[in-house]
Design a protein around this ligand. Structure first.
Ligand code: SAM
Ligand code: SF4
Length: 442
């Protein structure tokens, strides 16, 4: 008999992409075969995200449409929905997608093969939203990685303890659990042996890695161990997300002392106003944040800094918003992701009065995005004339592109490059928001 096939559709962040790779591995280990597309799959698994309402609603309609389209061509795969949206909406998600046979949350992924067996033998739908993890430490390992990419993810923590007042993640993923150092080092070794050139360490707050294992400065210990064990390999190690509350100079120093660790920090500020930061329960002030930015710029001047900002948080006044614009101007971020606040039930901010009309929130987002794109344009222009090291990761017939260690993409003509190749490039021009360069022959 042919092995049953599965297809995973992932919504949301990089953490979710990595989780999907773990689920794929669990499925393969249990005798299921990856399908090339949805139409050929016996089982379709949707890995969902609950962070913002608009994106969650879009994902639900997308899932409904996929099922409808497949039914139209007489395909009736088993539908499994799991992840943060399942954990957040629970039975309400099952009601919205009544054709789904299995709807679960974030914690019982390893039990999926068992659920599938149960469903197939008893033909009874399965819903399980128990958030209790199967292990107190994050010992998940084994990922069905994508060999066509030069980078791969390595989650080091799962869950979050921070309870930022707007955020569902602590409710959908539970408390932070760190992966033991020995597992991470073994996974790093395997990834390098498999030929990947870039590893992205993932966690909601990588800076607090190990606090649940009783480690002090666990993140530095982890990075130093990776550096000590693998400093001879030609790989780059990136990490995200850094939380400003737990970010410390010794982490920046650790990066400086390693040739593997990428010069890039994703350090979400969320707001430039101390009142709003306090209402968001972020645990730092704008001055603390700017202190970190100055330390990074001084210690590693070549480093890039990225951020996330929310506009229209409940009670955000014009003055608070101007403070966000001000900090964006001051910090001169290399990358900025901007969002309109999305109320999420069950979070502390959901209780706060939110009188600002959507039109005003959209106006603020527009103004912020304009400032961000001016800074970005200026930053990109400053690359012109520089000679930089680029790791090639995308190749088309005539063109190739790659990223610098500080996360800047550069395009250039393809000279029979191969993925993972490290080359020197002279940056020549900026065209429609993209940097173009030429190969420098040594
Ligand atoms: N753990 C990371 C941190 O602390 O920065 C970020 C994780 S969160 C999934 C990614 C980003 O989504 C956040 O930095 C925040 O800007 C945004 N976000 C989270 N909840 C939001 C909400 N309710 N409305 C709008 N944006 C939100
Ligand atoms: Fe959400 Fe805050 Fe945790 Fe990030 S640190 S996942 S924003 S609660």
């Amino acid at each position: 008999m042919n092995q049953p096939t599965f297809y995973i559709e992932t919504f949301g962040c990089q953490m979710n992409k990595s989780r999907s790779e773990h689920i794929a591995q669990v499925m393969v280990q249990n005798g299921y075969q990856p399908a090339e597309d949805q139409q050929r799959a016996d089982i379709i698994l949707f890995n969902t995200c609950a962070v913002r309402e608009h994106a969650s609603e879009k994902a639900i309609s997308n899932i409904q449409k996929t099922i409808k389209d497949l039914n139209k061509i007489s395909r009736y795969p088993i539908i499994v929905i799991f992840g943060c949206l399942g954990q957040f909406l629970k039975n309400r998600l099952a009601e919205r997608i009544p054709t789904a046979q299995i709807v679960i949350g974030t914690s019982n992924i390893d039990r999926l093969p068992q659920y599938l067996k149960e469903y197939l033998s008893e033909k009874k739908k399965i819903f399980n939203f128990d958030l209790q993890p199967s292990s107190p430490v994050f010992d998940e390992s084994g990922y069905f990685r994508n060999p066509s990419q030069i980078f791969t993810f390595l989650p080091i923590t799962y869950g979050c303890n921070n309870f930022c007042s707007y955020c569902v993640v602590p409710f959908t993923t539970g408390r932070q659990r760190s992966k033991p150092l020995s597992i991470i080092l073994k996974e790093t070794e395997n990834i390098i042996e498999e030929g990947y050139k870039e590893i992205i360490l993932l966690g909601q707050n990588v800076n607090s890695y190990g606090s649940d294992l009783g480690l002090k400065n666990g993140f530095e210990i982890l990075l130093q161990n990776i550096d000590r064990n693998f400093h001879d390999s030609s790989i780059w190690i990136r990490f995200l997300t850094s939380h400003p509350k737990d970010m410390r100079p010794s982490i920046v120093d650790t990066v400086k002392n390693s040739s593997l660790l990428a010069r890039y920090f994703h350090l979400p500020i969320q707001s430039g106003s101390d009142q709003i930061l306090a209402a968001m329960n972020r645990g730092y002030t704008r001055d603390h944040y700017m202190g970190l930015v100055h330390y990074i710029r001084q210690t590693l001047p070549e480093s890039g800094i990225g951020t996330d900002i929310i506009v229209g948080f409940p009670g955000e006044t014009e003055k608070d918003f101007l403070a966000s614009l001000q900090i964006v101007q001051e910090a001169q971020f290399e990358q900025t992701y901007t969002y309109i606040y999305s109320p999420r039930s069950g979070t502390a901010a959901y209780q706060l009065p939110d009188h600002l009309p959507l039109t005003e929130k959209k106006k603020r987002l527009h103004i912020l995005n304009q400032v961000v794109s001016e800074i970005h344009h200026k930053k990109l222009n400053s690359w012109i004339g520089k000679e930089v090291k680029v790791m090639i990761d995308q190749i088309q017939e005539m063109n190739a592109s790659g990223r610098t260690m500080n996360n800047q993409r550069i395009f250039l003509p393809n000279f029979n490059f191969f993925p993972g190749q490290m080359i020197s490039v002279r940056v020549k021009r900026l065209l429609k928001g993209k940097l173009y360069g030429e190969l420098v022959l040594s």
